[in-house]
Design a protein around this ligand. Structure first.
Ligand code: PEP
Length: 253
């Protein structure tokens, strides 16, 4: 059975003070979660989160890593550094990386390979722009993202989670309808079946894009949606804890 998962992507937000405040909220409002909960703070806050988070069963993720293993790449953070800092996961292929940093599926494949070699689980983000959706290309874009980045980079030991995040839904307040998301999740699972190193039935597929404490449950009710990746709403401890509670309930029903 697939474990349910909720991932918080804090993006480039916060300060030590703000992170401390958020952690105090999470420590006091979240019971030890009975689904997988992953927090992705900014790099500089990873250590603070490790020290100040008192909850058990919550893991840490980097929001990105370098496509190179180490060496003269000023400003970059390697997969090895993330693992060494206590991260168990890394988010790769986020649309903000694709859009603002020109990351291609090929570059992301290199990052996935390095992350897996450091035993980091990979949360691999895929999703189409509004132009691609309007021109009927959403599925082919997502298929290309999946096959190009995963086929060459993983093996049976790799821990891969897919996050379907329609670009037009990220940070906009718009969401795919639960049914639209379910159709894409089912299509993603179908495509995962063609990747030899992946067990498609066991692979967790998350939905992301303006998920909040009000709409999360609608996504959890879909059979191929195993959890959510939350950006903006994850900066509010109370809202995030409510989403985690909903994921737990889905697991128990
Ligand atoms: C994200 O950053 O992956 C995301 C889904 O953001 P938001 O929830 O703010 O749309």
């Amino acid at each position: 059975m697939r474990q349910h998962m909720v991932v918080a992507n804090w993006k480039m937000n916060g300060s030590r003070g703000a992170v401390g405040h958020l952690l105090r909220g999470l420590n006091s409002s979240m019971q030890s979660p009975r689904c997988d909960v992953i927090l992705a703070p900014g790099y500089l806050h990873i250590d603070q989160v490790s020290r100040e988070l008192t909850l058990t069963g919550v893991s840490l993720a980097g929001q990105n890593c370098s496509e190179y293993s180490d060496g003269p790449y000023t400003g970059e953070v390697s997969a090895k550094m993330l693992a060494d800092s206590g991260c168990k996961w890394v988010i790769l292929g986020h649309s903000e990386r694709r859009q603002y940093h020109g990351e291609t599926n090929e570059v992301i494949a290199s990052k996935i390979e390095l992350a897996c070699s450091e035993n980091l689980g990979v949360i691999y983000c895929v999703g189409e722009t509004i132009t691609q959706r309007d021109s009927g290309d959403a599925q082919s874009v997502v298929r290309e993202q999946l096959l190009t980045a995963l086929n060459s980079s993983i093996n049976e030991e790799s821990r891969i989670v897919i996050a379907y995040e329609p670009v037009w839904a990220i940070g906009t307040g718009l969401t795919a309808s639960p049914n639209e998301a379910q159709i894409m999740h089912s299509y993603i699972r179908e495509n995962l079946r063609s990747i030899e190193a992946i067990n498609a039935e066991d692979t967790v597929i998350l939905y992301g894009g303006s998920v909040n404490a009000v709409n999360a449950n609608d996504f959890f009710s879909q059979v191929d949606i195993d959890g959510v990746l939350v950006g903006g709403a994850s900066l509010d401890a109370e809202a995030f804890c409510r989403i985690v509670d909903m994921a737990t309930l889905k697991r128990e029903n």
